[in-house]
Design a binder for this molecule. Structure first.
Ligand SMILES: C[S@@+](CC[C@H](N)C(=O)[O-])C[C@H]1O[C@@H](n2cnc3c(N)ncnc32)[C@H](O)[C@@H]1O
Length: 267
C-alpha cells in the first residue's frame, strides 16, 4: 500500500490512547477557560471542544472547517491554531468584530488564514463552492429561548442582539426547525462526500412543554440526506453551578447539565 493510500485510510491522526479516551461517549472534562468566560457572547464554545472534534473527525489534510453560526469565532480560532482554514457566517456585526479581535490576538500560524462572512448562513451555497468544505462544526441558536424570561435562575436576558435574519427571532418552533433545515441543506451542498457535520444542541423546555430539539433536528438532517452517525453527550456539570430544586414540590423537573454533539455524515 502506498503512503498516500495508507494515509487516506486513516480517520484522524490520534494515537491509540487518545482514540480510546475520546471514544468514550460522555465528555466530562471540557469547560471554558477563564478568558472565554469573560467574553461577551451568551453561548460560546470552549476552544478545547472544537479542537478535540477536529482531532477526532478530520486529518490534517482536511483543511476547510465551516461554522455556519460562528458567534465569537471559537471554531475559526481552533481551526487556525491547528493550521486549518476556518470559514464562519454570523449575522451580528458585534460578534464578527469580537471574532476578528480574538483571531488577530492569536496567530500561531502567522498568516490570517480564515474567512468571515457577516451574513446569514442561508447564503452558504451562494458564497461557497459545492463540495468545498472538509468539516462543519456549529451550534445554532437554541430557538428563541434566550429571549425568554429566565425562570430557572432569574438571571438577566442575554440574546444575540435580535439582528435581521437571526433564527432565534422565529417564534414558531416548527418554523424554526424548518429554517434550520434550509441552512443545513446549504451546508450539505458545500460539504465534501464522506465528511462530517457536528451540531451542538440542547433539548428545551418552555413551561410544561418539552421540546426534544436534538431528535427533531436529527430527523430534519436525515431528510436532507445526512447519515445520523452517533451522539456524544457533553457533560457540563463543571460549568453549571446554579442547580436548584426545579418544580419543587409540585412537579419533578430535570436540571439539564448535558448538551448533545450530534454527529452527521454526508454519504
Ligand atoms: C449558539 S451561538 C454560536 C456561538 C459560537 N459557537 C461561539 O463559540 O461563539 C449562535 C450564533 O448564531 C448567530 N445566528 C443566528 N441566526 C443566524 C443566521 N441566520 N446566520 C448566521 N448566524 C446566525 C447568532 O448571532 C449567534 O451568535
Amino acid at each position: 500500500m502506498s503512503d498516500v493510500a495508507r494515509k487516506r485510510k486513516r480517520a484522524n491522526e490520534l494515537n491509540g490512547s487518545q482514540w480510546t479516551k475520546y471514544s468514550i461517549s460522555v465528555w466530562s472534562d471540557i469547560r471554558k477557560s477563564a478568558e472565554e468566560r469573560s467574553l461577551k457572547h451568551p453561548a460560546m464554545f470552549p476552544e478545547s471542544l472544537i479542537t478535540r472534534l477536529i482531532q477526532c473527525f478530520t486529518t490534517s489534510d482536511d483543511k476547510v472547517i465551516l461554522d455556519p453560526f460562528m458567534g465569537s469565532g471559537t471554531t475559526l480560532l481552533a481551526a487556525k491554531n491547528m493550521g486549518r482554514h476556518g470559514i464562519g457566517f454570523e449575522t451580528n456585526r458585534e460578534y464578527v468584530e469580537l471574532a476578528e479581535t480574538r483571531l488577530s490576538q492569536q496567530s500561531l500560524f502567522g498568516e490570517d488564514d480564515y474567512e468571515i462572512h457577516n451574513a446569514s448562513a442561508q447564503e452558504i451555497p451562494n458564497i461557497l463552492a459545492p463540495e468545498s468544505a472538509d468539516f462543519c462544526v456549529t451550534s445554532p441558536p437554541y430557538w428563541n429561548i434566550l429571549n425568554q424570561k429566565r425562570t430557572a435562575d432569574n438571571k438577566e436576558i442575554r440574546n444575540y442582539g435580535n439582528i435581521d435574519g437571526d433564527l432565534s427571532l422565529i417564534d414558531n418552533y416548527h418554523e424554526f426547525i424548518d429554517a434550520l433545515g434550509l441552512i443545513f441543506q446549504g451546508v450539505y451542498k458545500v460539504l465534501k462526500q464522506g465528511k462530517y457535520c457536528i451540531v451542538n444542541v440542547m433539548d428545551l423546555r418552555k413551561g410544561s412543554r418539552f421540546y426534544p430539539f436534538h431528535s427533531d433536528l436529527a430527523r430534519k438532517m436525515e431528510d436532507i440526506g445526512f447519515i445520523f452517525d452517533d451522539i456524544i453527550i457533553w457533560d457540563r456539570r463543571l460549568d453549571y453551578n446554579n442547580l436548584r430544586a426545579l418544580g419543587y414540590p409540585s412537579v419533578f423537573r430535570l436540571n439539564k447539565v448535558h448538551e448533545f454533539l450530534l454527529i452527521f455524515k454526508k454519504p
